[in-house]
Ligand binder design. Structure first.
Ligand SMILES: *[C@@H]1O[C@H](CO)[C@@H](O)[C@H](O)[C@H]1NC(C)=O
Ligand SMILES: *[C@@H]1O[C@H](CO)[C@@H](O)[C@H](O)[C@H]1NC(C)=O
Ligand SMILES: *[C@@H]1O[C@H](CO)[C@@H](O)[C@H](O)[C@H]1NC(C)=O
Length: 339
């Protein structure tokens, strides 16, 4: 059947089709091959851009007296570049011990569930360990691995010096976010981190206490009317003299208080730091007294302060043997053969 002249021009002849099709195929294959061949390089490029862009946010740091920048964030999660949400600055002191890998993995996995932007400042006592660095890289959380210059092994105020190293880092780089001291051994809900973004100046909440031994408190933190703090939970007689009854993991604050005293009308120009000179149990209150004048400057969260969103856990096993880096290069001595 003869086709109309018009359709001759619109519909190409069979030979034309096959010629064009093979040309297109050739091109597609060529393009695919090219992309495949280059893909490893493309990946490297992407990773390098991420590192340099995060490093470009700030000028190179002058070496602070007792904190040293060991690692610039090596790993960025997709979406970290999206700004808009409030930055959470999570400060975690850690040190090498049997439970370290367990604690850091657990906390890293919780932090990974928190919507970005979030910066995890992990402060190691003594030199930065390769084990901690390797573990941090696998979490998928934006982090900085800091170290304290001093050898703090067996120092009872180790945590104080480590948190101060992080405060120094936040101050030098003028990081603007909500600062939270999250020790590696505690247990945190994802809700807690979401609530923290509601804080304007200083937020506080109740923490469930699950420590063994001399502590009898089951709960520590504010009693609230709405978001107004009207009292404190505590049943620790020895600590009645404290001004504020808050656990180290029971408060978070706006980081600009650290480096912009004028904005907050702070009368004292001294640096805000944790003190190693105070009695055990008084570290929190003496630190908070530098951030706020009284309860009227605090926000109890969530409304009514009636829910527990994290637990203070204190389990340690001294002298527990564990394989270095959690790798077993050779079989253990006793193995049961498969029969
Ligand atoms: C730190 O000090 C402890 C004892 O106080 C010692 O056993 C350890 O080897 C020191 N570590 C370093 C890296 O100097
Ligand atoms: C901290 O407070 C200042 C002053 O009110 C404000 O401009 C800044 O956005 C706050 N930062 C956060 C992370 O809430
Ligand atoms: C709680 O706050 C409301 C409103 O501000 C006030 O009327 C009430 O007296 C407060 N209750 C207590 C126990 O302070």
């Amino acid at each position: 059947m003869a086709r109309p002249a018009l359709s001759h021009r619109r519909w190409p002849q069979p030979q034309q089709v096959s010629w064009r099709r093979s040309l297109t195929r050739f091109f597609l294959c060529f393009l695919a091959g090219l992309l495949l061949g280059f893909s490893p390089f493309l990946h490297v490029d992407e990773a390098q851009t991420a590192v340099s862009s995060s490093a470009a946010d700030e000028s190179p740091p002058p070496p602070p007296p007792f904190a040293k920048l060991a690692t610039i964030p090596l790993w960025k999660r997709h979406g970290d570049a999206v700004h808009g949400g409030k930055l959470l600055i999570i400060v975690t002191p850690t040190y090498n011990r049997a439970f370290q890998a367990l604690y850091l993995s657990k906390l890293g996995q919780t932090l990974r569930l928190v919507p970005p932007p979030l910066l995890w400042l992990v402060v190691e006592a003594g030199p930065a360990s390769a084990e901690t660095a390797a573990l941090l890289r696998t979490t998928g959380v934006m982090f900085r691995h800091l170290v304290t210059g001093k050898n703090l092994t067996n120092n009872k105020d180790r945590g104080v010096h480590q948190r101060n190293a992080a405060l120094e880092h936040i101050e030098i780089h003028h990081l603007d976010g909500i600062v939270y001291f999250a020790d590696d051994d505690n247990v945190y809900t994802v809700e807690l981190f979401q609530r923290m973004r509601e804080i304007r100046r200083f937020g506080t909440w109740s923490v469930g206490m699950l420590s063994q031994g001399k502590s009898k408190a089951i709960l520590e933190g504010p009693v609230c009317n709405g978001s107004q703090v009207i009292g404190w939970h505590t049943n620790e007689k020895s600590k009645r003299l404290r001004r504020f009854h808050v656990d180290m993991s029971g408060f978070a604050f706006n980081s600009t208080i650290l480096w912009d005293p004028d904005r907050w009308h702070r009368p004292f120009p001294e640096k805000i730091r944790q003190l190693d000179s105070v009695k055990e149990g008084f570290q929190e209150t003496t630190f908070i007294e530098q951030l706020v004048e009284d309860e009227s400057q605090m926000e109890g969260i969530p409304d009514g302060c009636s829910s527990i969103m994290n637990w203070h856990l204190h389990l340690e096993a001294e002298d527990l043997f564990y394989p270095r880096g959690w790798r077993t290069p050779k079989n253990l001595e006793v193995t049961i053969p498969v029969t």
